[in-house]
Ligand binder design. Structure first.
Ligand SMILES: Cc1cc2nc3c(=O)[nH]c(=O)nc-3n(C[C@H](O)[C@H](O)[C@H](O)COP(=O)(O)OP(=O)(O)OC[C@H]3O[C@@H](n4cnc5c(N)ncnc54)[C@H](O)[C@@H]3O)c2cc1C
Length: 508
């Protein structure tokens, strides 16, 4: 009897140890959760001599510039859109007045800011809350109101306490122009980061060392003429333009290292300007998603800064006719094919009062892609790193773009903490570590997109790819709307909050 008891205890201990080890291994491999404490930490020893040149001054460029401020003597951001280097680029003005972005088609699309962003940025910017206040950015409980085929996902319990309403985690609630301008004002604050500056210019080329192994500088076309900037590290944050990679003389052609498929998905975001009374009564955040495997429409609604309500209608396979009016939105939602919760119709009724304030921003989603720099690492300069959408672009339905960029910057931060200078394996290590984290953004979205028959799959694949995982996800999603205390909803919330892995049950 005693032997049996001891055997059971031993087996339980072994199971627990194996579970813990597997969980830690997955967290380390697939996420940057274990690296978060290093964000904003002072590096051991002095800063790396020379300049980190960050090409592209949008989300990933700004995240990366902040990271590099801790590690390099000097950081220069090169941004081609001139107004972003002027006062307009850092102002806390109303989003409606923000100038258009020539190269960022989603500038006025509804953006979700997943919880990872709040968590990581609070570590990087001690004055984050103050900046949010100045820019009118609300910090809200990160229950983004996910509904799968009309059923609200039960909110998960974390460490024994309920997810919201006053609890954690938190997220930002604001428009893209507001978020980006706040981020830029924080990063370019000369008092906090005197070693960071931004110049207006287009990165047009690179200067290689004689061996071709290292970049010595970046060539920039500025309003004053052509300049070359010496560089210790070059970061390609030029988004889908992948401008620096394309200028590398010895790099393999992008086609040979890029996976691509086309989700054929379009969005149209309508913005309504509400009265304070209406703003009080509409939900902060609502996601109406199909279960993996059916229905080709979604609705994403966010209350944003300055009394704005963003209502984004999305559809797989629809080439045109996404709504630009409240009536059109009602029809879009009526056609989702399942019962839509009453509070959404009530919110539309409230918006009726301010219907005439509507402006719209349609976006036809380009193909999704993932460039595997890690596969070409031996042929790339050892001090060239790509972060953000220059690594890959996914269907934004789960709102992961900014998170993906900050995950990349976090990987870079960890790598920089481990070196005194940029060694010959530096870029290879960063690209390999980043690719391991990119996997879940890519596959999770791809598997969801492959459920829609209008998706054009990656060459050599069929839409059957990922069927088993899709079926698993479908059942998890169904359970997540019904089983309150089990952790199923964590998997789905996790996908949207990015605190988990595809094997998310193990990893909260
Ligand atoms: C419809 C839609 C909705 C989205 N919704 C969300 C969401 O809800 N949440 C979310 O997190 N993400 C969302 N995204 C994705 C997110 O917007 C992107 O992932 C994010 O913008 C990527 O940032 P980035 O800095 O890598 O690239 P970009 O934002 O593309 O920025 C690239 C920058 O580089 C500059 N540049 C280009 N070439 C050069 C050059 N040669 N020299 C100097 N500068 C150059 C450009 O001017 C630009 O400023 C959405 C995307 C779309 C299409």
């Amino acid at each position: 009897m005693l032997t049996l008891l001891l055997g059971c205890i031993l087996a339980a201990m072994l199971y627990y140890l194996m579970y813990s080890a597997l969980r830690q291994w997955l967290l380390a491999k697939e996420t940057v959760m274990l690296e978060l404490p290093l964000l904003g930490q002072k590096r051991k020893g002095s800063r790396i001599q020379g300049t980190a040149v960050v090409c592209g001054g949008s989300l990933s460029g700004l995240f990366t510039a902040r990271i590099c401020a801790d590690h390099f003597d000097k950081v220069i951001v090169v941004e081609t859109e001139d107004w972003l280097s002027q006062e307009d680029g850092v102002t806390s003005q109303r989003w409606q007045d923000a100038p258009a972005r020539a190269r960022v088609i989603q500038w006025k699309s509804a953006h979700a800011w997943l919880v990872f962003l709040y968590d990581a940025l609070s570590r990087l910017f001690p004055n984050l809350l103050e900046a949010c206040k100045t820019f009118g950015i609300a910090i809200v409980t990160a229950d983004i109101g996910i509904h799968i085929t009309g059923k609200h996902l039960t909110r998960p319990y974390i460490h024994g306490s309920h997810f919201g309403p006053n609890g954690h985690p938190k997220m930002f609630s604001c428009s893209r122009p507001c978020f980006e301008s706040m981020l830029r004002s924080l990063v370019l604050d000369p008092d906090s980061y005197p070693n960071v500056s931004q110049i207006s210019g287009t990165a047009t080329g690179v200067i290689e060392s004689e061996s071709g192994k290292r970049l010595q500088g970046v060539i920039v076309r500025t309003p004053e003429g052509i300049e070359s900037i010496d560089a210790t590290l070059v970061i390609d944050s030029t988004g889908p333009a992948q401008a620096i990679y394309k200028s590398l003389p010895s790099a393999p052609s992008l086609d040979t290292i890029t996976e691509t498929y086309h989700p054929k998905m379009n969005y149209c975001t309508c913005h309504f300007t509400m009265t304070p009374e209406i703003a009080e009564r509409v939900p902060i955040s609502t996601y109406l998603l199909p279960a993996a495997g059916d229905i080709s429409r979604c609705l994403i609604m966010f209350r944003q800064d300055h009394l704005s309500m963003a209502v984004s209608c999305g559809a797989w396979g629809a080439a045109k006719d996404l709504p630009t009016t409240l009536d059109g939105i009602r029809q879009h939602v009526a056609g989702v094919g399942y019962k839509v919760p009453q509070f959404i119709w009530d919110a539309f009724d409230l918006l009726q009062e301010v219907e005439d304030t509507v402006t719209s921003s349609p976006v036809r989603c380009p193909a999704s892609f993932w460039t595997h720099y890690e596969r070409a690492a031996n042929k790339l300069p050892v001090n060239y790193v790509a972060i953000g959408d220059s690594v890959g672009r996914v269907n934004p339905v789960f709102g992961q773009g900014a998170t993906k960029a900050l995950v990349g910057s976090t990987v870079l931060n960890t790598a920089l903490h481990g070196v005194q200078g940029i060694d010959d394996d530096f870029a290879k290590r960063v690209h390999t570590a980043q690719a391991a984290r990119m996997q879940r953004f890519w596959e999770g979205t791809k598997i969801a997109d492959y459920a829609h028959k209008t998706t054009i799959p990656t060459e050599g694949e069929t839409l059957a790819f990922g069927k088993v995982l899709r079926t698993f996800t479908r059942y998890v999603e169904i359970l997540a709307t019904t089983v309150r205390y089990l952790h199923f909803s964590i998997v789905v919330h996790g996908r949207l909050s990015d605190h988990t892995t595809p094997t998310g049950l193990l990893c909260w």
